[in-house]
Design a protein around this ligand. Structure first.
Ligand code: PGA
Length: 252
């Protein structure tokens, strides 16, 4: 039985993208896709919130969806500087990343808050990409599976399912470092997460589980072919159209 799910390649632009270079990147991706690149996977790019609307407009009518990088739990209200999932949807997003390790570290986001943000995404009709991953110290202490298992259980809201939720396993020590786990380590964690999803709620095991952390054109093919890897969340390499397209071309 072929249990492969359709791959998802997601670009996380992080705090990169003034208007002109963001639009140039979006247009280069659109041109690549129009020319037949990245034909197999589903594609999404997550630009900074200030350019979501412009990027969504530039990508309208293409196969490339647009996402946010975070959202508030509320729909509106007195929360200076925050953005609701409804606002992201209104700007043209169909997806939002929640619980990225940089937000967990920089803003003290807990599993409980991440689950509430995922629920907010669903309320607004957005799919949530829920990020989890161990630190280097946790891996060194042999705590990887315990940590990611706990984050998984704590970061998924009621109402989550394969249609509106994607998991991204991103070892914190692999993000932006050029280091990646071995393929065996990736397969071990992804296989474990698949089992945990099933145990949490039958049917949840159909959620896609992306790998993230130093995915590059030269390692993407192997990572994307690893057991239970259903795509990639790409940071640095998503800022270069050719690299993002090459990674997406590697998807099965
Ligand atoms: P990286 O970032 O590809 O630059 O390692 C991945 C991420 O943080 O999503």
């Amino acid at each position: 039985m072929d249990s492969r799910r359709r791959a998802l390649i997601a670009g996380n632009w992080k705090m990169n993208g003034l208007r002109a270079p963001a639009l140039a990147l979006a247009r280069a991706l659109a041109a690549g896709v129009a020319g037949g690149r990245a034909a197999r996977p589903e594609l999404v790019v997550c630009p900074p919130a200030t350019v979501i609307a412009a990027v969504a407009e530039a990508l309208a009518g293409t196969r490339i969806a647009v996402g946010g990088q975070d959202c508030h739990v509320g729909a509106s209200g007195a929360h200076t500087g925050d953005l609701s999932a409804e606002m992201l949807a209104d700007a043209g997003a169909s997806v939002v990343i929640v619980g990225h390790s940089e937000r967990r570290a920089d803003h003290g986001e807990t599993d409980q808050l991440v689950a509430a943000k995922a629920a907010a995404a669903h309320r607004a009709g957005l799919a949530a990409i829920v990020c989890i991953g161990e630190t280097e110290a946790e891996r060194d202490r042999g705590r990887t599976l315990a940590v990611v298992g706990g984050q998984l259980a704590g970061s998924l809201p009621a109402g989550a399912g394969p249609a509106n939720t994607v998991i991204a396993y991103e070892p914190v020590w692999a993000i932006g470092t050029g280091r990646t786990p071995t393929l065996a380590e990736v397969a071990e964690v992804h296989g474990f997460l698949r089992e945990r999803l099933k145990a949490l709620q039958p049917g949840w095991e159909e959620m896609r589980i992306l790998y993230g952390g130093s995915v590059k054109p030269d390692n993407a093919r192997a990572l994307l072919a690893a057991a239970n890897v259903d795509g990639a969340l790409v940071g640095g390499a998503s800022l270069k159209a050719e690299d993002f397209l090459a990674i997406a071309d590697s998807a099965l």
